[in-house]
Design a protein around this ligand. Structure first.
Ligand SMILES: Nc1ncnc2c1ncn2[C@@H]1O[C@H](COP(=O)(O)OP(=O)(O)OP(=O)(O)O)[C@@H](O)[C@H]1O
Length: 625
């Protein structure tokens, strides 16, 4: 037997005929490819079954097509694929009743085409495949030759659908030699017999094979039988027309995909055939608002009903990963590396399409049933806000249905809300100031003050809200957000008018000094302000900017200059409050005691008075009563 190389050193074939059978050699100028396939695909050995069963599906569907074109006159009969395990003989056999192959087709498709695919793969990846990258390579469809990841010997027994075809048997032992001979086979179709290698005997296990078949083949379009039962649903709902489905069908399918999950809120049926092919159903799960956890349930990606992966990271935008369901597209190039996927223009189009569909669906729900939408908003708000923040195109649509809720539990769109407060909450620089609370219990005293002045307060108490606020400030013109305790009432929305002060400038300076001495804390900055007499005598505020910086560094866990900075609090003494004036009329210990008491009251109003300070406060109060 000779091996031949062409000028480029590419693999070519040589063959010689001895009696009935043909022996041949597949030759490449590098080493034997099978040990390399084995090594590189190590982490993903199980995909051999996906590849071989997919081939069987393809062969079956091709026959159906031919029949529908009138090119196959015989009875098709049942097109069931069977997977059989023989633990004794150490074989796994995949049989189909598809188009089969003639001897020439085996030479062409198995020896040449499939082989060159495998060779190309090795050439491309042999130098790159180290460590984690082997996983990526696992996504490269090696097709038929992936059989050699688990088998030391592979037989193909096949008979073409063409009239009068001679069945043939191809055998290859994992070296580069193959043998091709005529055999008897009654039925049309192909049996692939894998003689499992000693190091892959884990696959000679019913549970393991069933597990792999269920993972990749659950929704294959042709029935697949293993161990006496059909493992798949050949017509899952995404392959049907929405008009033929009921709500219950969608819910049932959801339960089938994610048996332990709560009912979904609603769903979108995707169906597009131009400029790319995509079908699927995406479900909106109930998301716990405060838990920004990544859900265990993931979107599953299929290619013509073959499960590919649930790592859809580059195929759908980040924020859409919170959805559940199925996407099926033969146009997503699954058998290539991640970086290619990111750059692929089809993937980008698919991304854009899904984003648009999701936004349109949400808009439709909002327009057709606002009350129902508001009811669901606590569950889908996280998702909508995340989308609006991270995707410009989504924001363009979402701004019409992303809602904000005020402390009275009323929902507004962003524009509605801005209009709602504009008259009352525009400052001297013509900025509309939107007030919010992040914790309605802790900030109740401030919410109360703001509302008494006729201001409205938004509830922004979920994890995504700080980011949502930043995004809105960036996008909306002349609009700022301030937490209710960011400043004293007059300055919170500074209309340029301040209340008259009852105290003289001298008195104010004295008052400031008393508080500074009493508190004796350099990180606090004390100011005396003229606030309405019915406001608290002392209030503690932190400027919006400072607070955001501190929150951010707390969130990131990194101590930056703001995180490290002690205090940052302003202590505002209300010059117009009778008790503040009383401080001035006292001296010595009595004066300090009252100042301290007023400061502690301010802390108490914020729920920040704890430990020994709280105990001392209670004692002092009891004594004074
Ligand atoms: N069960 C089968 N019945 C008929 N023909 C088959 C069968 N299995 C493989 N073939 C033929 O062998 C060819 C090569 O198969 P292989 O799986 O390597 O590549 P592929 O299916 O074309 O692409 P992929 O890399 O996506 O699997 C197929 O295109 C097909 O023509």
């Amino acid at each position: 037997m000779e091996s031949v190389q062409n000028e480029k050193g590419e693999s070519t074939l040589s063959e010689s005929t001895r009696g009935e059978s043909t022996r041949g050699q597949i030759s490449i100028h590098t080493e034997n490819i099978f040990p390399i396939i084995k090594k590189f695909l190590y982490s993903d050995h199980e995909i051999f079954l996906r590849e071989l069963v997919s081939n069987a599906v393809d062969a079956s569907q091709k026959l159906q097509k031919l029949a529908s074109y009138g090119e196959y006159g015989e009875e098709i009969g049942e097109l069931k694929i069977t997977v059989a395990l023989d633990e004794e003989a150490k074989t796994i056999t995949i049989s189909d009743r598809g188009i089969g192959m003639t001897a020439d087709e085996v030479k062409k498709y198995i020896n040449q085409i499939a082989f060159s695919g495998a060779t190309e793969f090795i050439e491309k990846y042999k130098d790159k495949a180290t460590g984690e990258e082997t996983n990526i390579i696992g996504h490269f469809g090696l097709g038929f030759y992936s059989a050699f990841m688990v088998a030391e010997n592979v037989e193909i027994i096949t008979k073409s659908y063409r009239e009068g075809s001679q069945a043939v048997r191809w055998v290859c032992d994992g070296s580069t030699e193959y043998e091709l001979s005529d055999v008897d086979k009654a039925e049309r179709g192909t049996d692939i017999i894998l003689h499992i290698a000693p190091d892959s005997e884990e696959f000679l296990d019913k549970g393991r094979i069933r597990g792999i078949l269920e993972k990749y083949g659950r929704f294959l379009p042709v029935p697949v039988e293993f161990d006496g039962s059909v493992i798949n649903d050949a017509t899952p709902i995404w392959t049907k027309a929405p008009a033929d489905l009921t709500d219950e069908d969608y819910r049932t399918f959801y339960r089938e995909l994610y048996p332990m999950s709560e009912e979904p809120l609603f769903w979108i049926h995707l169906n597009v055939d131009y400029p790319f092919n995509l079908t699927g159903v995406l479900y909106f799960p109930k998301l716990a608002n405060d838990k920004f956890q990544m859900k265990r349930e993931k979107i599953q990606l299929y290619s013509r009903q073959v499960f590919i992966t649930d790592e859809v990271k580059d195929v759908v935008p980040d924020f859409l990963m919170m959805l559940h369901g199925v996407i099926d597209s033969p146009d997503i190039p699954l058998n290539v590396s991640r970086s290619f996927l990111q750059a692929d223009s089809n993937v980008k189009k698919i991304n854009g399409y899904i984003t648009r569909k999701v936004a349109d669906k949400l808009n439709e729900l909002f327009q057709s049933d606002r009350a129902g939408f508001e009811q669901k908003f606590d569950d889908i708000g996280l998702f909508i806000k995340y989308g609006a923040i991270s995707d410009e195109k989504f924001y363009e649509k979402a701004k019409d249905f992303a809602l904000v809720k005020n402390t009275d539990g009323k929902y507004f769109t962003i524009n509605e809300y801005r209009e709602h407060v504009q008259a009352n909450q525009t400052d001297k620089n013509e900025q509309v100031v939107l007030l919010y609370t992040t914790d309605r219990n802790q900030q109740d005293a401030y919410i109360d003050s703001a509302k008494r002045r006729g201001y409205d307060v938004l509830l922004m108490d979920t994890v995504i809200d700080p980011h949502f606020i930043n995004a809105l400030e960036y996008k909306l013109e002349k609009t700022t957000f301030k937490r209710v305790d960011a400043d004293t009432l007059d300055k919170l929305i500074d209309a340029g008018i301040s209340s008259e002060s009852v105290l003289s400038d001298d008195d104010k300076a004295r008052l400031k000094e008393v508080f500074e001495q009493t508190l004796n804390d350099k990180s606090l900055s004390v100011s005396v302000e003229s606030l309405p007499a019915d406001e608290l005598p002392v209030s503690i505020t932190m400027p919006e900017f400072m607070r955001r910086m501190k929150d951010m560094s707390a969130l990131s866990g990194e101590a930056n200059m703001f995180g490290n900075m002690p205090g940052g609090y302003n202590v505002a003494v209300n010059a117009n409050h009778p008790l503040a004036q009383k401080v001035l009329s006292l001296d010595g210990e009595a004066q300090q005691k009252l100042a301290k008491q007023l400061y502690d009251l301010a802390l108490l109003a914020q729920n920040r008075l704890t430990g020994p300070s709280l105990t001392a406060f209670v004692k002092r109060t009891v004594e004074g009563l």
